[in-house]
Design a protein around this ligand. Structure first.
Ligand code: PEP
Ligand code: MN
Length: 363
C-alpha cells in the first residue's frame, strides 16, 4: 500500500506518520519527490489488515489518502471527488460556474493593454489574458515583451478589477510570472514539459493547462496529474483545438473531448475558440460550440485593432463581437443550469426563445 502525503507536510506530522507505521508493524520507504507517495512495507507477517491501515492513516494530518497502487485511480478522476471549483479573483470555473478570460494574444504596450482590459471587463470578462513570454513557431516572430510585459500586466491589474492570466514558458521564469499572474498558463507547446509541470505542481497558484495540439485526452490528463500529485489542486483544463488534416481552420476544436472530460474528470474545462478557429469570423460560433459541449468558460483573444496586432491578429475579435459571444455563453450556460459569472453579477441575457407548441412535450 501507499500513503499519499501532502506536499506541505511538516516534520511533526511526518514523525506522527512514522510512529503510526511502526505501531502497525509497517516500514515507510522514502517518499517520491514528484508524487509524494510513500510505500508502506510490512515488517513481518501477518501484515496489518487493510481497513485498519486506512483508518489509522487517513485520520492523521499531512496524509491525503491511502492507495493500493500509485495513481489508481488517478487524481484527475471524477470517481475521486465532487467537481472542483477554481476561483481566481472574480472568476469561478467549475461546480456550475463559468467565467470568461479575454485579452490580446501578447502584451504589446501598456496603454493599449489597459484599453483592451477596460473594454473586455465592461463586456463580461473577469480575467485578462496576455502573454509576456510568447511561444512562437518562428524565432523571427515577436517573442513578447518579457519582464516589461509582466510590469504592464501588474499595472493593469492595479487599475482594473481584473485578475491576470499569463503564460510561463521556462521554469526559470516562474517566480517572475507568479508576481504578475493570478493564474499561470501552460501553453499547448509546453503541455508535456514535465519539468515545468513538476515545478508548477508545488506553487500556490491556479494553473490553466492547455491541451497540446497533438496530444490525446489521456496525455492531457497525464499532464494534469503532474500538477495534482505535486500538490497543486487548482487546475483548469483548456481545449484549444487539435491539429487536423483540414486547413480551413487553424485547429479543430475537440468538442467531443470537452464533453468527455466533463464526465471523466472533476477538473473544470474551458474552451479557447480563438486558437481553434485561427480566424476571427468563426470565433463566436466555435466559442458557442465549446460552451454547448459543457465548457466551464472561454478564453478569447480580443484586440482593439486586430490588423495591427503583433501576434495572432487574424483570430482576434473586437469588443462588439466579444460582447455578443459573452451573451451567447450566458444563454448556453443557463440551458444546463450553469451560471456565467461576469463580475459582480451574472450576465443579463435576452429571454430564451419560446419553444413552439408542436415541439413541446405532451406531458
Ligand atoms: C496563447 O494562448 O496565446 C497560446 C500561445 O495558445 P496555445 O498554447 O494554445 O497555442
Ligand atoms: Mn495567441
Amino acid at each position: 500500500m501507499f500513503l499519499h502525503l501532502q506536499s506541505t507536510i511538516d516534520d511533526a506530522q511526518r514523525a506522527a506518520v512514522e510512529a503510526a507505521a511502526r505501531a502497525l508493524g509497517l516500514r515507510l520507504v522514502e517518499p517520491d519527490p514528484v508524487t509524494h507517495l510513500v510505500e508502506l512495507r510490512p515488517e513481518g507477517v501477518p501484515a496489518p489488515e487493510r481497513g485498519r491501515v486506512v483508518a489509522v492513516f487517513t485520520a492523521l494530518a499531512g496524509v491525503v489518502e491511502v492507495l493500493d497502487r500509485p495513481g489508481d485511480p488517478p487524481m484527475w478522476s471524477a470517481a475521486r471527488r465532487v467537481p472542483t471549483t477554481v476561483a481566481v479573483g472574480r472568476a469561478i470555473f467549475g461546480g456550475g460556474h463559468a467565467s470568461v478570460i479575454a485579452g490580446p494574444c501578447a502584451v504589446e504596450d501598456g496603454a493599449e493593454l489597459l484599453e483592451i482590459a477596460r473594454a473586455v471587463e465592461a463586456r463580461g470578462a473577469t480575467l485578462l489574458r496576455g502573454g509576456a513570454f510568447k511561444p512562437r513557431s518562428s524565432p523571427y516572430s515577436f517573442q513578447g515583451l518579457g519582464a516589461r510585459g509582466l510590469e504592464h500586466l501588474k499595472d493593469v491589474r492595479a487599475a482594473t478589477g481584473l485578475g491576470i492570466v499569463t503564460e510561463v514558458l521556462d521554469p526559470r521564469d516562474i517566480e517572475a510570472v507568479l508576481d504578475a499572474a493570478d493564474m499561470v498558463q501552460v501553453g499547448a507547446r509546453n503541455m508535456a514539459n514535465s519539468s515545468l509541470l513538476k515545478e508548477l505542481g508545488t506553487v500556490d497558484r491556479p494553473v490553466l493547462l492547455k491541451r497540446g495540439f497533438g496530444a490525446t485526452v489521456e496525455e492531457f490528463l497525464g499532464a494534469a496529474e503532474y500538477l495534482l500529485c505535486g500538490g497543486n489542486t487548482q487546475v483548469v483544463l483548456c481545449e484549444r483545438g487539435i491539429r487536423s488534416f483540414d486547413q480551413v481552420t487553424r485547429n479543430l476544436l475537440d468538442v467531443g473531448a470537452i464533453a468527455h472530460l466533463r464526465a471523466a474528470t472533476h477538473l473544470p474545462v474551458i474552451a479557447d475558440p480563438s486558437h481553434a478557429a485561427g480566424r476571427s469570423d468563426l470565433v463566436r460560433a466555435i466559442g458557442r460550440a465549446g460552451v454547448a459541449a459543457g465548457a466551464d468558460g472561454l478564453m478569447v483573444e480580443v484586440h482593439l485593432d486586430p490588423s495591427a496586432a503583433l501576434s495572432d491578429g487574424q483570430q482576434a475579435i473586437g469588443p462588439d463581437e466579444f460582447e455578443a459571444l459573452v451573451q451567447d455563453a450566458g444563454v448556453l450556460c443557463e440551458l444546463d443550469g450553469r451560471t456565467l459569472r461576469t463580475g459582480d453579477q451574472t450576465i443579463p441575457h435576452p429571454p430564451l426563445p419560446k419553444i413552439p407548441t408542436h415541439l413541446r412535450g405532451t406531458a
